[in-house]
Design a protein around this ligand. Structure first.
Ligand code: FES
Length: 105
């Protein structure tokens, strides 16, 4: 699926992410800056925080409770905040747009 990552500065990265990977892994593998993912995707660090474009929130689904508590450690959490390691990519997410927070971790 094609995913657009938009840095806080406005720089866009459009990359193809394989089904089965997470939005976090898609960023790391394609060297998109702004996602640190210190815990490697275990939902235990909150440094993979992204803002899901409001148009896509219905399709990415909601936060799990563990994800919700980890987000307490992220800064500037908004309604559309997600941990990108908890969003699995599939073809229904083709065209997804996520924005990266100003600072991570
Ligand atoms: Fe650590 Fe997502 S990579 S919470």
């Amino acid at each position: 699926a094609k995913i657009t990552y938009i840095e806080a500065s406005g720089t866009e990265h459009v990359v193809d992410v394989e089904t089965g990977l997470t939005v976090m892994e898609g960023a790391i593998r394609n060297l998109v800056p702004g996602i640190d993912a210190d815990c490697g995707g275990a939902c235990a660090c909150a440094t993979c925080h992204v803002y899901v474009d409001p148009d896509w929130m219905a399709r990415t689904g909601g936060r799990e409770s563990m994800e919700d508590s980890m987000l307490d450690f992220a800064s500037d959490v908004r309604d559309n905040s997600r941990l990108s390691c908890q969003i699995k990519v599939n073809e229904a997410l083709d065209g997804l747009v996520v924005r990266l927070p100003e600072q991570q971790g």
